[in-house]
Design a protein around this ligand. Structure first.
Ligand code: HEM
Length: 412
């Protein structure tokens, strides 16, 4: 360990202009000085290197819920504000698989995953159709904003169609998603807090009504699939269905938009790599994996120690939160040669952009289908696509622990 104290976690968010400009300068220094350290602001240990992050994510004995942390610390306190008391047991816990532990996680995740994976497996024609529709709309304009006109509406329309929600209300879904995601922002302001609670109430009421409707009139959609699984015996409570449908709508929105936005920017600023994709669109799967590694949309995920243990030679007591810095792990030179280079021919490495183990991102297959189709179709339709302002760095969003662009203007 070096003498320099590591920066408080706030500095590892886009609220810090230096991090926004060059996160990897900070991560690089941190990896060299501290592979694991305690951050009092987060009330958590922080892991900076790949090998430790991978070990912890894959370790199914590690816990997940912020309620397991003792003392909880400010970040976990904030997360727990969203918890509801179980009417049967009085236990206050999350209804979302994201923050759930056993025995609930392996009861709730499998039916939701079964329904989502079955829908994702047959959604490619739908995804292609939605992409074509977005590209048709921008074609006559000579230029457009990759985020606002393409990568933001695309995942909303896809997950909306899969779920079976009324897509005419897409701007409300986006708005509710932006509100609900504030649950993961420990630095939220009173205004953002009000936005969160307003959005949470609106979206919960919306899904409650949708569930009631599908019970009476089943349709060909994921909400009906989940309601049917419940009727056939899957042990899902209605509030768990609602919470996890919200999780799919919100999880399926911001992250996938950011993956496509970050990917288009990486390709446009690395013409030799873009040329490889244009020459052979068949390589798009490894291209998307390299985008996830190089500039992934999610910065952190957390686990909780089930008992006293040693992490990277550092003794950590039980019931302690441990945050893995996913983007730092994905640039660890011990694992990825020349890690700050964007190289689509890189031997596909096992990045941690989707986390790992029992909580690995449930939407990863869908995000991959969308991003792969979006990039191939975008560059096939507009082979001369270029940045509208090549000398300017596009502005980043400022939501802590998420990594995406505010907008990305291009010319066709
Ligand atoms: C590029 C896009 C995406 C990225 C980078 C991403 C990233 C992540 C990460 C890092 C986790 C935490 C995993 C862990 O702790 O090990 C996660 C969990 C999750 N993601 Fe995603 N995600 C993406 C897309 C999606 C989509 C499209 C959906 C829904 C359709 C989704 C829904 C979820 C849910 C529900 C969880 C919680 C899973 C659990 O704890 O069992 N995500 N995601």
């Amino acid at each position: 360990m070096a003498d320099d104290p590591p920066p408080p976690i706030l500095q590892l968010t886009p609220l810090n202009p230096a991090f926004r400009d060059d996160p990897h300068a900070l991560y690089r220094k941190l990896r060299q000085s501290h592979s694991v350290y305690r951050d009092d602001m987060a009330g958590s240990h922080v892991i900076t290197r790949y090998k430790l992050a991978r070990e912890l994510l894959n370790d199914r004995t590690m816990l997940r819920g912020p309620d397991k942390v003792d003392p909880p610390g400010p970040f976990n306190q904030r997360l727990m504000e969203s918890f509801e008391a179980d009417p049967e047991t009085g236990e206050k816990r999350s209804n979302s698989i994201l923050l759930m532990d056993e025995p609930h996680h392996s009861r709730v995740r499998p039916p939701i995953a079964k329904a989502l994976y079955a829908r994702a497996a047959k959604c490619k024609p739908l995804v292609d159709e939605i992409i074509d529709e977005k590209l048709d709309a921008v074609e006559p304009r000579g230029g457009f904003d990759v985020l606002g006109d393409f990568s933001i509406p695309l995942p909303i329309d896809v997950i909306g169609a899969i779920l079976g929600v009324d897509i005419e209300r897409r701007s409300e879904f986006r708005d509710w998603s932006e509100g609900v995601i504030q649950v993961l922002n420990p630095f939220r302001t009173p205004d953002q807090e009000a936005y969160l609670s307003r959005s949470g109430e609106a979206i919960s009421a919306y899904f409650e009504a949708q569930i009631a409707d599908r019970r009476a009139n089943p349709k060909d959609d994921l909400i009906s699939d989940v309601v049917k699984l419940q009727a056939e015996g899957a042990q899902l409570k209605d509030r768990e269905i609602i919470s996890n449908l919200i999780g799919l709508l919100v999880g399926g929105n911001l992250t996938t938009s950011d993956l496509i936005g970050n990917g288009v920017y990486a390709l446009l600023t690395h013409p030799a790599e873009l040329a490889k994709l244009k020459a052979d669109p068949g390589i798009v799967a490894p291209v998307v994996e390299e985008i996830l590694r190089f500039d992934g949309p999610v910065d952190i995920t957390a686990r909780v120690t089930p008992h006293d243990m040693e992490i990277g030679g550092c003794p950590v007591k039980g019931k302690q939160s441990v945050i893995s810095l996913l983007r730092s792990a994905n640039h660890d030179p011990d694992i990825f040669e020349n890690p700050d280079a964007f190289d689509v021919s890189r031997k596909p490495g096992p990045h941690v952009a989707f986390g790992g183990g029992s909580h690995i991102c449930i939407g990863a297959p869908l995000a991959r289908i969308e991003a792969q189709a979006a990039l191939v179709k975008l560059f096939q339709r507009f082979p001369h696509l270029r940045l509208a302002r090549p000398d300017e760095r596009p502005e980043k969003r400022t939501l802590p622990f998420f990594n995406g662009l505010q907008r990305l203007d291009v010319l066709i």
